[in-house]
Design a protein around this ligand. Structure first.
Ligand code: PMV
Length: 318
């Protein structure tokens, strides 16, 4: 019998994080160099309905019914079982692994959920549409983020660049010209739940000031949509730098993020900013293809714990 598995990539947000929580657009792209994968192994020895969970990356080995209901892995498995609504399920093991850094702004939580939902539904022989998969993953995201915008589960499920507006629309971008990106890990965790609520506190204290900042981020994202589709590196760089300026006004930057941004800019990047919740996690930088290696080396030298490059390819190319 062929192995049954589900897979999902990482992601980075290029524009509009935080503002997206307030209804502004954001742009995110999948990062396929890192992935979460879930394998399912049938267990013919055990009583039907026995479900074993193994996640060696986080040292977890247990049974589903021993995990708290609000554990993200338990929630992903249980939601999928409910969605598939079978009267009985055979015994099986769920084995989760991931190369996506955890709590680092690369969508590890959403990717793990999506890989589980895909693998479990495939094992049970139930076809779920992409919208159904994304909706289930969104429910799990609530455990990680409290009040998530839904951008992570969307970009990761559809594995396409998205222009996303909360509760409104997901537009898939038809990329005409490739762009090259460097993703540098500060090694510091990004506490998304905390940064989202810190921004909420600022907003509530001074709604006029902070809603202006949030709207300005929204305008940058709107402008960036065409620039990204057309691959206009210098305009994108300019917009990225502007977006970063507003993110630091939202107090979600950090000294290490600022350092890696500065190094990116002095090493040939057209623009650099934090990506995701902030106060840690990733710096993303855009550059010309022939500058990628130099930028990668400079960031590692400056203390990035890991650097990967990704190309947003022209739509339809492999
Ligand atoms: O830290 P990440 O990559 O999960 O991204 C959070 C993005 C926010 O806009 C800050 C929150 C959200 O739900 O969109």
């Amino acid at each position: 019998m062929a192995t049954i598995y589900g897979k999902a990539p990482g992601k980075i947000i290029l524009f509009g994080e935080h503002a997206v929580v307030y209804g502004q657009p954001a742009i995110a792209i999948p990062v396929t160099k890192v992935n979460a994968t879930t394998h399912i192994y049938p267990d013919i020895q055990s009583t039907p309905g026995t479900i074993k969970i193994q996640a060696p990356n986080i040292g977890l080995e247990t049974f589903l019914d021993e995990l708290p209901q609000d554990h993200p892995i338990a929630k992903a498995v249980n939601l999928t079982l409910q969605k598939c609504s079978l009267t009985s399920v055979p015994a099986f093991s769920v084995q989760v692994s991931s190369t996506i850094p955890i709590s680092a702004g690369m969508g590890s939580g959403a990717a793990i959920s999506i890989s589980i939902i895909r693998a479990v539904s495939a094992f049970l022989g139930i076809h779920l549409s992409l919208a159904e998969i994304s909706d289930l993953a969104y429910e799990v995201e609530k455990i990680h983020h409290g009040n998530p915008s839904g951008i992570d589960n969307s970009v990761i499920t559809y594995k396409k660049p998205v222009y996303y507006i909360r509760n409104a629309s997901i537009e898939f971008l038809d990329i005409k010209q490739s762009t090259h990106w460097v993703i540098a890990d500060t090694g510091e965790k990004t506490p998304t739940l905390e940064t989202v609520s810190a921004v909420r506190n600022l907003f509530e204290k001074d709604p006029d000031h902070y809603s202006t900042i949030i709207q300005k981020i929204g305008q940058i994202t709107q402008e960036a949509r065409t620039a990204l589709v057309e691959g206009e590196i210098s305009l994108l760089g300019h917009l990225i730098n502007k977006n970063q300026k507003y993110l630091s006004q939202l107090e979600v930057s950090s000294p290490k993020l600022e350092k890696l941004i500065e190094i990116s800019l002095s090493s040939g990047a057209a623009g650099a900013k934090l990506s995701g919740g902030g106060r840690g996690g990733q710096v993303i930088a855009i550059t010309k293809e022939d500058q990628l290696e130099h930028l990668e080396d400079s960031l590692l030298h400056a203390g990035a714990v890991n650097v990967i490059t990704t190309t947003l390819k022209k739509s339809g190319s492999q």
